[in-house]
Write a protein that binds this ligand. Sequence first.
Ligand SMILES: Cc1cc2nc3c(=O)[nH]c(=O)nc-3n(C[C@H](O)[C@H](O)[C@H](O)COP(=O)(O)O)c2cc1C
Length: 186
Amino acid sequence: MKLLGISGSLRKNSFNTGLLEAACTLLPEGVEMTLVGCGDIPLYNKDLDTDTKPESVRLLLQAIRYADGVVFACPEYNYSISGVLKNAIDWASRPAYASVLAHKPAAVVCASQGPVGGARGHAHLCQVLGATLTPVVPAPPFLVPAAGDKFSSDGRYVDEEGRRRLARYLGDFVVWVKRLAREAGA
Ligand SMILES: Cc1cc2nc3c(=O)[nH]c(=O)nc-3n(C[C@H](O)[C@H](O)[C@H](O)COP(=O)(O)O)c2cc1C
């Protein structure tokens, strides 16, 4: 199984990118994950959304198309999701209802400095993914509050209990992705 991780933060040593890097090492056997950044993706402009898309967009769409599932890592910005992640999702959401995101299983992880761990951003992201027909794993969200205490200065997720929880969340996600694939083939 191949998963794709998309971080909504462009920050060097980002907590959210750090969560995805930790996730790569905590996956069940037989599952691999590659990461794609949103930094090179231009602002969505329908005039550019033609058959010949900007190269960074083409690569993003290809990566999503070939993944069995997507793990979004989302900073909470002003009680919502980051602009760069919303922009990437907007590109990936066309054509509506038949995009690479339609019916692509997704998981969402959030790390924030605040006390609720990005719960409001998580809720907004789930709402956005509703518009793209992207099902989100039916599990309690994986949130990291007070993230400054749980990452090393170079952005590694070092909280042992949190890493165990993340491994469990990813394991549940993988089981669910497999179940959806079985049901789709049935
Ligand atoms: C523009 C902006 C808005 C923010 N708004 C929130 C917020 O609403 N809630 C919150 O918990 N943290 C908020 N933060 C703090 C982020 O949680 C913090 O910057 C976090 O490190 C971002 O994730 P990253 O490390 O992956 O870049 C905000 C930060 C910025 C730059």
